[in-house]
Ligand binder design. Sequence first.
Ligand SMILES: [Zn+2]
Ligand SMILES: [Zn+2]
Length: 290
Amino acid sequence: MKIIEDLHIHTRVSKDCKEDPEKYVVAAIRKGIDYLGFSDHLDLDPVDKDFGYYNFDTAYNDYILLNKKYGDKINFLFGVEVTYQSELEESIKEHIENKPYDYIIGSVHRLQGHTVAGVRGKEFFKGKKEETAYRMYFEELYRMVDTDFFQIVGHFDVIKRFGVEFYGKFNAEKYRDIIELILRKMVKKGIVLEINSSGFRQPPKEMYPSKEILSMYASFGGREIIIGSDAHTIEQFGKGLRKAINIAKEIYDFDIVTFIKREKLNLGKLSSLKPATDEIQNNFELTLEK
Ligand SMILES: [Zn+2]
Ligand SMILES: [Zn+2]
């Protein structure tokens, strides 16, 4: 099956990534990906160790230069992944307004001054009951989709990344009430759910969001998804996407969308994804997923 897009990619503009952006573009063209988007981290909490690392000019320059060089071979997009914190809404607004982003992914990475999704993410869970930790996350996610800042919700249930190490397998049913509120609001506002394959390579060993959440999304009228591997290295690029797409397809024949200058573009249904046309695309994950 053809991998039509990967909109969640990190480059050396993100603090937790050293990858040369050009490598992704070259690999994406080789693999026949139609839409490739960079989405580096923008972190705005002054007490966050990653604060101040993102440089808009560097990110945009990389994009412009690579688009000039390869733009006739691939649809290349300029996105950003913003760490949402409800107390920082003013600052977030200021940083994304009037910027030429094609799309903005909103992600909850931090709670109570702790990172909950990054490499140092375990501290937050210590001494907390499962219910307390997970509810705190989903309540923040609700506040996030209540703003008008974002086109996409990144890794919807990433709180399970380290949560599973403290509380065992994540059970979305326990939080159905708040998850339903978030998903319904997304559907109403046209905010798109991301199918993020990074969870396969992290402790949960399942994608973000879980099948249960994806089913809820469909049952509340959610029809649109975007696809991202959340790669922080070229080796992770595209990893797990085919598996994620196959799982999603069993739940509902979702529409894959993308964004150009924050305008939504429908790329077709999951079932319309054509079989891979060449050997390289066929071996997409075989070559990358070693
Ligand atoms: Zn993230
Ligand atoms: Zn990311």
